[in-house]
Ligand binder design. Structure first.
Ligand SMILES: [Zn+2]
Length: 157
C-alpha cells in the first residue's frame, strides 16, 4: 500500500501569552537601584575585571559569575547614536528622538537608551541620565527617561 502525503489544512490565528519574567538577583538589584535611588549599578567580574552595565549574572566577556555590583556614572559618553525621525508602534519615545549607546563613567560596556533629538547628542559627547520623578518609577530601565547632554537643563527643574 502506497502512502499518500496528507492534505494539509491551514488555519490563520493569533495567540497571545502574557507572562511574568523573573529578573534574578543581579538584574533585580540593578532595577531596584534605578527605582529607589536613581543610581546605575554595574556588574564587576573578579576574573577579567570587566565592569558591565547593565549587569548580568555571568560575565559576557569570560563567563565567570559576577558577584559584585558597583555604582557607575551618572555621567557617560556617547559611543554611538541613531536618529529616529518617525513614530512607530512601541517606540520608546515620541519621534523625533535618538537611540544612544552610552558608556557610563567607570563602566567598560555601553547601555542602549534614548535621547532627545538634540545636536548635543554626538559621538564623544558627555551626557547624563534624566530620571523620571520617584512616584513614576516602576523598577524598569525606563525609570531613566533618557540621556541629555551634560549641562542641559532638565524639564521641570
Ligand atoms: Zn569576566
Amino acid at each position: 500500500m502506497a502512502l499518500k502525503p496528507p492534505e494539509l489544512t491551514y488555519m490563520e490565528g493569533e495567540s497571545r501569552c502574557d507572562y511574568n519574567w523573573t529578573t534574578g538577583e543581579v538584574v533585580g538589584t540593578f532595577l531596584a537601584a534605578l527605582r529607589d535611588h536613581g543610581k546605575m549599578l554595574a556588574g564587576v567580574c573578579e576574573s577579567c575585571g570587566q565592569v558591565a552595565v547593565p549587569p548580568t549574572s555571568y560575565c559576557e566577556s569570560c563567563g565567570s559569575e559576577v558577584s559584585d555590583l558597583r555604582e557607575v556614572g551618572p555621567r557617560g559618553v556617547v559611543m554611538s547614536w541613531a536618529r529616529v525621525a518617525d513614530d512607530f508602534e512601541g517606540a520608546p519615545a515620541e519621534a523625533p528622538f535618538r537611540y544612544v549607546l552610552v558608556r557610563p563613567a567607570g563602566a567598560d560596556t555601553e547601555l542602549l537608551h534614548v535621547a532627545p533629538d538634540d545636536d548635543g547628542i554626538r559621538i564623544g559627547a558627555t551626557v547624563r541620565p534624566e530620571f523620571r520623578p520617584r512616584e513614576q518609577r516602576g523598577g524598569a530601565i525606563t525609570d531613566i527617561r533618557w540621556f541629555v547632554p551634560d549641562g542641559a537643563e532638565s524639564e521641570g527643574s
